[in-house]
Design a protein around this ligand. Structure first.
Ligand code: FAD
Length: 851
């Protein structure tokens, strides 16, 4: 009878133990687990913290007693293996309780040893992390989970910083939002979820922001300090300037390192990244010792290179393979391809195989495509779009990797693509896959087939393509034709600089407008209509390139901005206002004026409900426009759509047409937007949306001055204009910014010059002087007294009224930078903006005043 000792009782260890018993009833199996629990659900831990999993017992898949009873395995919890004697084939074991040594050390012999010790969260060497330990957390096991959950239940924190935007960090950000905290997610790289490429991560960034997570990309936690007010966290960005914020707790999820100390001490071979070296049967450099799971170095299935890929699926399979081999079966592990999936609020993100970053780093001859498809037939309710990025080998078309971001059905498509990669399939194979179809589940051409068709078209030269990152370099000097074949309305709602619009359906009739000697670069919303245009043109002799992923992808990537979420200021400690998972997208502030204007219309009105789910752009907008045309002034149109970009587009549409955007909620990938029809200048016909925004009746003030009298005059005029239902914005630049300063200096880190500037300038509206007759502040006090006597609102009241009336207050970011002012020093509700924001408002106004 052979004796097998296993170190580690969770994914890899427990699965090896169970398989061993199934194969060998006679074997003596001893399983050592350092912690109190075995076979627990690591992957479910974040959801217990967020409150989705409520039953503590649900986290343990198997108890030590249950495991013993079912498999007759000698399970020894709270017993840590501290050494391996390879010659004697023994391990040294210490009995620990809650991490403390509480029993004697003893030696256990083995014939075969399996190591499955996993990987530990990295605790970065950040000053203060250890001393502030009561508010700093990592998440690996059940005790960690209870510690976080108990802290939240006991102290009711208002805010959290999550350091690290990997899968666990993003899951924690979501679950802390669910638990009602304001969350700032800090990530050193310029994107979250590293297995995604940046272009695919942009939609995730936008979604996180929409859910109220403040994203701080290209930023690292530099220092942590416990203060009476909470944790002071110092962040450093790529500008080398540091910034401080107060928070109630910090979650460190910056990665894991393999638990290799036992293996290293025993002299087993270890790879460059610290993973225990194993052969295809999971055997280490010692034939009597196997190793599995997060602690081992694997072969990347696609590249053949050594890799560390800590995932539960591989750990479980490796445990089974090791058990097989110990019992004389020839099972072998053929590598890990990193198939992973994760929920990010309403989005699903899945990856398999290698990404473009890896293909590029390895110098592979690869290409990529982006395809947008619906989860199921568009005409059947509830279809949601997904974007698939496929990385493939040039020439052969062999699939190297895929990334999918979407909602329903992402898991299924990524699994099909994972299988295709395992089978060494090519583009042609994907195109020919026969997959299940009925309208509620898929389309006759499944998204995976669609990806295959597009790849095939490229490989056969049926179409040539360019990518979003090639667009900036396209000549704008007339030497080439830049063509946008979307509808006029879509084009008017936003287009790429330099592209001219000929809608696809007009193209054949307007060919004469195109010079056949010039190369044509064509785009549409997703790349599908522009592909049709490319075929029309290339068959007439044009040299044509299609923009892969279209305007949708281009806009998502070029519009990705690392700005705090509109709904939440970072580190202010205020609790979340809206339940996570059903986040209110705040209506554009410029809308508030219109809301006031339509309040009158709102009496005796009705709500018209539209279902535009499954419709591709411009379908939802066209449906909306038609409904608004028939609606009465004041009626509210509530439209449900599954186009993820709709929530972003609808605000622009309303701005152009004059209707009031009342906001947008999101429920499981379905955006529900509410728009109120307005009386004046609102025209809801489709064609009307192409009316240029210039010449609107908004009022645009530029407050350059920091004088009390000029500020009062500005706010009186702004409030009057807002009361007339005009969209009003005030752009504060240079000395005008002083009007917006908080009277009390918040705790922000500034250099000496900025601090000096701060001391010299008036701190907020109450400290402003008059432009003349100030008399050392006496004039200002006099004017305030007179205003009070004559019942004229004070400047502070005027500012409050302006904010209430929906006047948009924009702080010039350039001036703030020059004057060393931080956004935390300004009163709440101020939008950062540049000259472009000011000019956009000027174009939508019939009056701009520089004061
Ligand atoms: P583990 O499951 O970590 O087990 C190792 C065990 O060994 C530990 O319990 C440890 O206490 C014990 N041990 C270590 N050293 C000793 C010793 N000397 N003596 C005795 N015992 C010892 N993967 C996915 O694929 N999908 C997911 O959604 C997912 N979500 C995750 C969420 C969280 C919060 C975490 C922490 C991980 C997640 N993972 C996920 C990763 C997945 O859990 C791991 O890849 C998997 O558990 C690795 O299995 P393992 O057996 O190698 O290590």
């Amino acid at each position: 009878m052979s004796k097998i000792v296993i170190v580690g009782g969770v994914a890899g260890g427990a699965s090896a133990a169970a398989r061993l018993r199934r194969l060998d009833e006679a074997a003596e199996i001893v399983l050592f687990e350092r912690g109190e629990y075995i076979s627990f659900a690591n992957c479910g831990l974040p959801y217990f913290i967020g409150g989705e999993i409520t039953d503590r017992d649900a986290l343990t898949v198997q108890t030590p007693e249950g495991f013993r009873a079912r498999f007759r395995i000698d399970v020894r919890v709270e017993q840590e293996v501290t050494a391996i004697d390879r010659q004697a084939r023994t391990v040294t074991v210490i009995h620990r309780k809650a991490g403390e040594t509480c029993g004697k050390t003893y030696v256990e012999s083995y014939d075969t040893l399996i190591l499955s010790p996993g990987a530990a969260p990295i605790v970065p060497d950040i000053p203060g992390v250890v001393t502030a330990a009561s508010r700093v957390f990592t998440l690996r096991n059940i005790p960690d989970t209870y510690r976080i959950k108990d802290f939240i239940d006991r102290t009711r924190p208002g805010s959290a910083v999550v350091a690290g935007g990997g899968n666990i960090g993003v899951e924690m950000a979501e679950n802390l939002r669910r638990a009602g905290l304001a969350v700032t997610l800090v990530e050193r790289a310029d994107q979250v979820i590293a297995p995604l490429d940046y272009d695919m991560a942009c939609d995730v960034h936008a979604h996180l922001r929409r859910q109220g997570v403040t994203l701080r990309l290209s930023t690292a936690v530099q220092r942590v300090e416990e203060t009476p007010a909470g944790l002071r966290v110092t962040l450093s960005g790529d500008t080398n300037r540091s910034e401080e914020m107060l928070t109630d707790m910090l979650i460190l999820s910056v990665g894991v390192r393999p638990e290799n100390s036992l293996a290293v001490a025993a002299g087993l071979a270890v790879g460059e990244r610290g993973g225990i070296g194993v052969d295809s049967h999971m055997r280490t450099s010692d034939e009597h010792i196997y190793a599995v799971g997060d602690a081992v170095e694997v072969v990347d299935f696609v590249t053949g290179q050594a890799a560390m890929i800590p995932l539960a699926g591989p750990a479980n399979k490796q445990g089974r393979i090791a058990a097989d081999h110990i019992c004389g079966r020839p099972s072998s592990y053929s590598g890990t391809q990193g198939s992973a999936i994760l929920r990010v609020f309403d989005l699903t993100v899945a990856t398999t195989g290698i990404n473009e970053k890896t293909a590029c780093r390895l110098g592979l001859a690869y290409d990529k495509t982006f395809t947008y498809s619906n989860s199921h037939a568009g005409y059947f309710p509830g279809a949601v779009p997904m974007c698939i990025k496929t990385v493939f080998e040039k020439g052969s078309g062999k699939i190297l990797g895929a990334q999918i971001v979407g909602g329903d059905g992402v898991d299924k498509r990524c699994d099909v693509l994972a299988t295709a990669i395992r089978a060494g399939m090519t583009a042609a194979d994907l195109a020919r896959l026969e997959l299940c179809y009925a309208p509620p589940y898929s389309s006759a051409k499944d998204p995976v087939n669609m990806a295959g068709f597009v790849l095939e078209n490229l490989l056969t030269g049926t179409v040539k393509h360019i990518h979003w990152h090639d667009v900036a370099a396209l000549p704008r000097d007339g030497s080439v034709t830049l063509l946008d074949v979307r509808t006029t309305m879509e084009y008017d709602n936003g287009h790429i600089d330099g592209f001219v619009n000929i809608p696809l359906d007009d193209l054949r009739g307007r060919l004469a407008e195109l010079d056949p000697h010039k190369t044509v670069y064509v785009n549409c919303r997703s790349g599908q209509r522009s592909y049709l245009a490319a075929r029309i043109l290339s068959q007439r002799g044009f040299d044509v390139y299609n923009l892969d992923g279209g305007y949708r992808l281009y806009h998502a990537v070029t519009g990705d901005a690392d700005v705090p979420a509109a709904t939440r200021r970072s580190g202010d400690g205020s609790p979340a206002q809206t339940p996570a998972g059903q986040q209110q997208v705040p209506p554009c502030q410029t809308q508030r004026g219109r809301d006031a204007r339509v309040a009158e219309d709102a009496r005796d009105t009705k709500t018209i409900r539209l279902d535009a789910c499954g419709l591709q752009c411009p379908g939802p907008i066209m449906k909306l426009a038609a409904a608004l045309k028939d609606a009465n002034a004041g009626d509210v149109v509530e439209i449900r759509t599954t186009d993820p970009a709709f929530a972003g587009d609808i605000d622009g549409y309303c701005r152009r047409t004059g209707h009031a955007f009342l906001g947008c909620t999101n429920e499981k990938g379905v955006a529900i937007a509410r728009i109120r029809k307005t009386t004046p200048r609102a025209s809801s016909t489709v064609g009307s949306t192409s009316t240029p925004a210039a010449g609107g009746n908004g009022k645009n003030f530029i407050l350059f001055s920091g004088d009390l009298d000029k500020a009062i005059a500005t706010f009186i005029m702004a409030n009057a204009a807002a009361a007339m239902g005009r969209n009003v914005s005030i752009f504060f630049t240079f000395w005008g910014l002083n009007v917006l300063r908080k009277p009390k200096q918040p705790n922000v880190k500034k250099d000496l010059i900025s601090r000096m500037f701060g001391w010299m300038m008036p701190r907020g509206s109450t400290k402003l002087g008059l432009s003349s007759m100030n008399m050392g502040g006496l004039g200002a006090r006099l004017i305030r007294a007179i205003m009070k006597k004559k019942h004229v609102d004070s400047l502070e009241d005027l500012i409050a009224a302006a904010r209430k009336n929906g006047v948009e207050l924009i702080a010039c970011t350039m001036s703030m930078d020059v004057m060393g002012l931080k956004s935390e020093e300004l009163i709440d509700g101020i939008k950062p903006g540049g000259a472009a924001a000011m000019l956009a408002h000027a174009e939508e106004s019939d009056m701009s005043l520089f004061i």
